[in-house]
Design a protein around this ligand. Structure first.
Ligand SMILES: Cc1cc2nc3c(=O)[nH]c(=O)nc-3n(C[C@H](O)[C@H](O)[C@H](O)COP(=O)(O)OP(=O)(O)OC[C@H]3O[C@@H](n4cnc5c(N)ncnc54)[C@H](O)[C@@H]3O)c2cc1C
Length: 491
């Protein structure tokens, strides 16, 4: 969860000089973030420009050029936009387009798609996307962070009575967002997007090829084409839209998850509680989780660096939680890539990528649902604005406004989480220090605020100083622990 990761920015505490450098940078980032203003984000953005080759907003000029008013009027109809993929990114994009006067098509290959996912969403998503409470299975108010040596730290004591992390089933959330897009005027098509012909002339249409499923022609569907003025690729990690525009590849983690139905009396423990396990056994570069769902728990883990060992890590995660899931029955096994980095290219002409197709999952926490929905909406808003509510053709400049706004808003978050992953998921002693820091009330408050509200919160200078001392303490202990661990492993 992002919360944990964000709070860890405080506890940048490991041993060697390189790590200290990273820690310093992380804390610096944090200070920059907590200035709360847009300017703070920009200065951080600019100060960290050199290390991320593909995702570097500071290289761009943030002075956005207003919509191309010279673009031609669309006559006799409104602007036509296709959204490929009906996950959170696609559903949110289509709804915004349709409400903004765009003739909108949403192509989804599987209407009851049950995306492999932990399903944790921040509280702000419920408000910002006006989600009804009955689609939220569980309200998590307690979280246990469990260290390699099984020291468990309770997180969540600082939450206010109405604060929680939402747990959703993706088939429910995605369907809800798609239906809302349809009510707003989107034409929802059940079909598999295959490829598209790019326009050869300016303002000429994109020709999309897809297999339409009508429930009558069986599995293969009917080959169909659709002409549109612009395309939003919301088709997830294996995006065909990304391929069609030569967007390039990204690093990815493989995530593995088992849905386990556990006895009712065991489920009581997980009623409003989630667990995160860290350690070399469960993942060398990520974490293992037990998240509560409506009538079962989701147990999973992920890794970028050791994909071939994912099943071994999964077994270890299950073993760590074994007493609590004893007697459970696996009802579903699922695996899926999680992007680890934005694609080298996220737009071309009148095609833009959003959500996982663009690569918007945060490192360290693996959070992507909110960012998918948010990027879908932001991209659609740029199209609505650029096209003057569907009355003009859009161009690349209009779509670039979305990218610039996105990078300006979220680039610091991605960068900080990237650094945190490098610092805290690199060795068991670092993870022990990380878990220890999570016990701090102040850290927890800052963490949850950052995760739940996706906003940067002003800190308290006195608490910051206390935290600095705690950080040094953890550093010393982590060093000592590492020494002991080395002794043990060299026996
Ligand atoms: C195991 C696991 C656990 C996770 N846990 C969490 C979590 O707890 N919290 C969190 O925030 N994030 C989590 N994530 C990340 C999150 O699932 C993604 O970031 C999020 O689903 C991205 O949404 P999206 O709409 O961009 O893409 P997706 O959800 O992947 O949606 C893409 C949609 O496009 C459709 N599609 C694909 N190709 C085509 C095509 N050719 N034609 C038509 N339709 C197509 C698919 O059927 C799908 O409905 C997890 C990921 C994994 C793998």
């Amino acid at each position: 969860m992002a919360s944990i990761a964000v709070n860890a920015r405080f506890s940048a505490t490991t041993c060697d000089r390189k790590t200290t450098e990273i820690c310093r940078e992380t804390l610096k980032s944090f200070m920059g973030l907590r200035k709360t203003s847009q300017n703070a984000s920009i200065s951080l953005t600019q100060s960290l420009t050199t290390s991320t080759p593909h995702f570097n907003p500071a290289r761009r000029n943030f002075t956005s050029i207003k919509a191309g008013k010279s673009s031609p009027k669309v006559t006799g109809r409104n602007l036509r936009v296709a959204v490929i993929g009906g996950g959170p990114a696609g559903g949110a994009a289509a709804e915004t387009l349709a409400k903004g006067g765009i003739e909108t098509f949403l192509i989804e290959r599987k209407m009851d798609n049950c995306k492999p996912c932990g399903g944790a969403i921040p509280l702000c998503m419920v408000g910002e996307f006006d989600l009804p409470l009955d689609i939220i299975d569980r309200r998590v108010t307690k979280m246990k962070m469990i260290s390699p040596s099984n020291v468990a730290v309770d997180i969540g004591q600082t939450l206010k009575p109405d604060e929680y992390i939402g747990m959703v089933r993706r088939e429910v959330l995605d369907q809800y967002l798609r239906e809302r897009a349809e009510k707003a005027g989107t034409k929802v098509i059940n079909g598999l997007f295959l490829k598209m012909d790019l326009p050869k002339e300016p303002n000429a249409p994109y020709v999309l090829h897809y297999s339409a499923y009508d429930g009558k022609t069986g599995g293969v569907g009917t080959k169909t084409t659709l002409e549109v003025d612009a395309v939003i690729g919301a088709d997830g990690a294996n995006s065909r839209v990304a391929k069609a525009i030569g967007a390039g590849d990204y690093d990815y983690a493989i995530a593995f998850q088992e849905r386990i139905r556990i006895p009712d009396e065991k489920m009581v423990y997980y009623e409003n509680l989630a667990e995160m396990y860290v350690g070399d056994d469960v993942s060398p570069d990520f974490y293992g989780w037990v998240f509560p769902k409506c009538d079962h728990v989701a147990v999973g883990t992920g890794t970028v660096t050791h994909k071939g060992d994912i099943k071994k890590f999964q077994v270890a995660t299950r073993l760590r939680a074994k007493d609590k899931i004893l007697g459970g029955k696996i009802i579903r096994v699922e695996a899926h890539p999680i992007p680890e980095h934005p694609r080298p290219k996220r737009l071309a002409d009148r095609v833009a990528l959003v959500g996982d197709a663009a690569g918007y999952v945060t490192k360290c926490s693996g959070e992507g649902i909110y960012f998918a929905a948010k990027s879908g909406r932001m991209c659609a808003e740029a199209i609505v604005e650029g096209s003057e509510r569907g009355t003009r053709m859009v161009n690349e400049t209009d779509l670039r406004n979305y990218l610039e706004k996105w990078d300006k808003t979220y680039w610091p978050t991605y960068k900080v989480l990237d650094i945190l992953q490098k610092v805290f998921y690199r060795s068991n002693p670092a993870r022990e220090a990380f878990v220890e820091m999570c016990a701090d009330d102040y850290v927890q408050r800052m963490t949850f605020d950052s995760y739940l509200y996706k906003r940067v919160v002003p800190g308290n200078p006195i608490e910051d100083i206390k935290l600095a001392f705690n950080t040094i303490g953890s550093l010393v202990r982590a060093n000592a622990l590492r020494g002991e661990m080395n002794k043990i492993t060299s026996l």
